[in-house]
Design a protein around this ligand. Structure first.
Ligand code: UDX
Ligand code: UDX
Length: 470
């Protein structure tokens, strides 16, 4: 079998949460490959080239600084990078469509198509084009058709699917030590050669047995399926948390008991205020939509229920805050600890904190928000639009948690940041109105200690023995 020429120049289109860290790690591990990450967003590229990177990920800054200007480049010159590359990752966003057919459910592939057309129009040499973005099944086929319909003489393309499984907050660890790398391609000689070429990039640091190859459609569907299963586990334990609250069982104890069954395993059983992030909801909606299009309404309904349960969990928690605080929070100051969708990231996409904040604001509350990595600009952007209140009058973003507690009736934990577990809650309590409430939406605080201080504490999936008010 012929060998594909060794990959020496990689271009990544899309310098976001996926493209940025992924290709930075490739550059750090494969110092003989020149990696250029490009984006249409000029300010994002300027940030990647500055001391203040556009995204926060533990360990990312060190690697960027060690490779930038050596074999790692961030640029807005997309055409140059595309022309020079022998392998192109497409890592642009694939948001849920907000218009037309499939509105609110289907993935919008306009950015992927724009990339395909740009590559076809400007390439003067053959390329391996790799779908990194999460896409619906058979998107590679469309990509391939657009490329082939616009091919210049002497230029050939191989389209591969290589979904990324990194989780935000642990992206660098996930990339350095992936459970598996998945590469899907055509079952032809050229397809297999392209797979081998991409595989050789990962083989520099990933053991070969962890690099799995499949056909393209299996690879695309595996990514949607992985996210759907992970989200389903969270919705399953959250459904049980509601049963626990009604019966006196404790969801943490149930999770521990079932997680020790090796068939189930302990991960992704942390009951919470609900899952957020840019992927789970989008990918589930996408799977629901695909199932409907394939005339499989029962399958669509099954996965839709995972999303419904997540909405139920968020709304249950928000309602409980109001009910516990004597059924009114009008003009009451409430402290929100955490706004990001999970710890160790500044990302707020689909964060349950946004839902909770909007609900409390609609009920007339005044919010004092603190998150270690989310700035006030982002908080106001996320809360703008739907509300009937003047945000600047009812929302303050604090630089530290103690300021956020001044004059407040309640603390609501929305994100599981480690630093929230070691705050001085006596100090917080002394600054608050009484009775002072804590609503721990992440089950991370020492509830007994808080009750001893004098707080009334509510959490997910268990009843606590609060003194006095009950
Ligand atoms: C996104 C999706 O959420 C995920 O499902 C998919 O797997 C990869 O893309 P993420 O990296 O988190 O993940 O998205 P985002 O941070 O929005 O980055 C996408 C980048 O692509 C943006 O910086 C955007 O400016 C850029 N882009 C988009 C282009 O450079 N060209 C385009 O035509 C469109
Ligand atoms: C997810 C997948 O894990 C990753 O493989 C894929 O590439 C992208 O989507 P991400 O959304 O970055 O990653 O974070 P993840 O750790 O999966 O958490 C998603 C949400 O679920 C967060 O809001 C998190 O707080 C919540 N969660 C997670 C729980 O509520 N309970 C858990 O046990 C685990």
């Amino acid at each position: 079998m012929k060998a594909y020429p060794k990959v020496s120049k990689i271009c990544c289109i899309g310098a976001g949460y996926v493209g940025g860290p992924t290709c930075t790690v490739i550059a750090s591990k494969c110092t003989d490959i020149t990696v250029t990450i490009v984006d249409i967003n000029e300010s994002r590229i300027a940030q990647w080239n500055s001391d203040s990177l556009p995204i926060f990920e533990p360990g990312l800054e060190e690697i960027v600084k060690s490779r930038r200007g050596q074999n790692l480049f961030f640029s807005t010159d997309i055409l140059k990078a595309v022309k020079e590359a022998d392998l192109i990752f497409i890592s642009v966003n694939t948001p849920t469509k907000n218009f037309g057919v499939g509105k609110g459910r289907a993935a919008d592939l306009k950015h992927i198509e724009a990339c395909a057309r740009l590559i076809a129009d400007h390439s003067t040499s053959s390329k391996i084009v790799v779908e990194k973005s999460t896409v619906p099944v058979r998107a590679a086929e469309s990509l391939s058709r657009i490329l082939k319909a616009n091919t210049k003489p002497g230029v050939t393309y191989q389209v591969l699917s290589n979904p990324e499984f990194l989780a935000e907050g642990t992206a660098i660890c996930d990339l350095l030590n992936p459970d598996r790398v998945l590469i899907g391609g055509e079952d032809t000689e050229e397809g297999q050669l392209a797979i081998a070429a991409l595989s050789s990039v990962y083989e520099v640091w990933v053991p070969k047995e962890r690099i799995i190859t499949t056909n393209t459609w299996s690879s695309e569907l595996s990514k949607l399926t992985a996210n759907a299963f992970l989200a389903q586990r969270i919705s399953s334990i959250n459904a049980i948390s509601a049963v626990c609250e009604a019966t006196g069982a404790d969801v943490s104890e149930v999770a521990r008991a079932i997680g020790m069954d090796t068939r189930l395993g302990p991960k992704f059983l942390q009951s919470s205020v609900g899952f957020g992030g840019s992927c789970f909801q989008k990918d589930l909606l996408n799977l629901v939509y695909i199932s409907e299009c394939l005339n499989l309404p029962e399958v669509a309904e099954y996965w839709q229920q995972v999303l419904n349960m997540n909405e139920f969990q968020k709304s249950r928690f928000a309602k409980r805050i109001v009910e516990t605080m004597f059924n009114t929070i009008t003009n009451k100051k409430i402290t929100l600890l955490g706004f990001a969708f999970k710890k160790n990231t500044g990302d707020t996409r689909e964060s349950p904190a946004i839902y909770i904040a909007k609900y409390l604001l609609e009920e007339g509350a005044v919010l004092q928000i603190y998150d270690p990595k989310v700035d006030s600009k982002q908080v106001f952007a996320d809360l703008s639009g739907t509300l009937s209140v003047n945000l600047s009058e009812v929302v303050t973003v604090s630089k530290n948690p103690y300021d956020a507690a001044v004059g407040s009736h309640a603390i609501v934990v929305c994100t599981e940041w480690d630093e929230f577990t070691s705050l001085d809650y006596e100090r917080m309590y002394s600054r608050m109105l009484k009775p002072a409430f804590v609503f721990d939406g992440r089950k991370i605080l020492n509830h007994k200690k808080l009750i001893d201080i004098g707080f009334h504490v509510e959490t997910i999936g268990c009843k606590l023995n609060n003194i006095g008010l009950d």
